[in-house]
Ligand binder design. Structure first.
Ligand code: NAD
Length: 261
């Protein structure tokens, strides 16, 4: 599919799911604004490599998604660089795992800011541009944890349920504007965010990392396989396509059977 002439802002695209989405969009001919943290040289290698390989404009901005003013500036910078923000992928996210009594208030605030409020601020800034262009795609990376809960993830589950609700409201408000707003709900995807959880569980339980990996899948996903970052990128491409133009305020789930149970 072609996104030639379009431009996308993908938050948290220096790693994992966001990076795969940025790569897939660039490969489809879309200009891309990268965002996220990481080693400056590695990010520049990613940026320059994508631009060269795909023949599109690729820019980077290190805006901190916990800071509303930096989010507004990121959207403005994307618009200035590419002459529009056609596609907004709200993907940046963090995790913290602990029972609620031991959950640090500061981790709650950070997760709500980055995993939930950042999506509000980015849409708030980008939607007027999309409505003026009479075309836009807002793709929110939620989670199975936007649909069901797991113990010890109070902030993450609250934020992701919030994303699913926010997506419905924005979808309703975008009806008949040429803009759609939908969410993707992945189950386990092997990225640094999940690798850290597996390593913590292996240490805590005194078991090999490979066994902790298998246990993690077996607890939730009957299919016993991780969804790949490329598969999530494929769903994002689909939501950006004309085939999905009548999908509004809904969720696409790829979770190996997790939420079918
Ligand atoms: P990841 O750790 O590989 O990538 C997270 C990205 O967000 C990185 O680029 C990081 O630099 C960026 N980021 C973190 N804090 C930021 C901040 N304050 N400002 C700007 N950027 C920031 O994680 P991932 O697994 O690719 O997760 C991406 C999204 O997918 C998250 O929203 C996550 O909740 C969601 N998700 C992941 C899984 C999974 O199993 N990996 C499942 C469901 C949903």
């Amino acid at each position: 599919m072609s996104l030639k002439g379009k431009s996308a802002l993908v938050t948290g695209s220096t790693s994992g799911i966001g990076q795969a989405i940025a790569e897939a969009f660039a490969a489809a001919g879309c200009n891309v604004m990268l965002n996220g943290f990481g080693d400056a040289a590695a990010i520049e290698t990613l940026r320059a490599g994508l631009a060269k390989k795909c023949g599109v404009k690729v820019e980077y901005d290190g805006a901190d998604m916990s800071k509303p003013a930096e989010i507004a500036a990121l959207v403005a910078k994307t618009n200035a660089a590419f002459g529009g923000v056609d596609i907004l992928v709200n993907n940046a996210g963090i995790q913290y795992v602990a029972p609620i009594e031991q959950f640090p208030a500061e981790r709650w605030d950070a997760i709500i800011a980055i995993n939930l409020s950042a999506t509000f601020h980015a849409i708030h800034a980008a939607l007027p541009l999309m409505k003026a262009a009479k075309w836009g795609r807002i793709i929110n990376i939620a989670s199975t944890h936007g649909l069901v809960a797991s113990a010890q993830k109070v902030a993450y589950v609250a934020a992701k349920h919030g994303i699913v609700g926010l997506t419905k409201v924005v979808g309703m408000e975008c009806a008949d504007t040429g803009v759609t707003c939908n969410a993707i709900c992945p189950g386990w995807v092997m990225t640094p965010l999940v690798q850290k959880q597996i390593e913590a569980r292996a240490k805590e339980q005194g078991i090999p990392v490979e066994q902790a990996r298998r246990n993690l899948l077996a607890e939730k996903q009957p299919q016993l396989q991780f969804t790949t970052t490329e598969q999530i990128a494929g769903l994002a491409l689909f939501l950006a396509s004309d085939t999905a133009s009548n999908m509004q305020g809904t969720q696409l789930v790829s979770d190996g059977g997790w939420t079918a149970q």
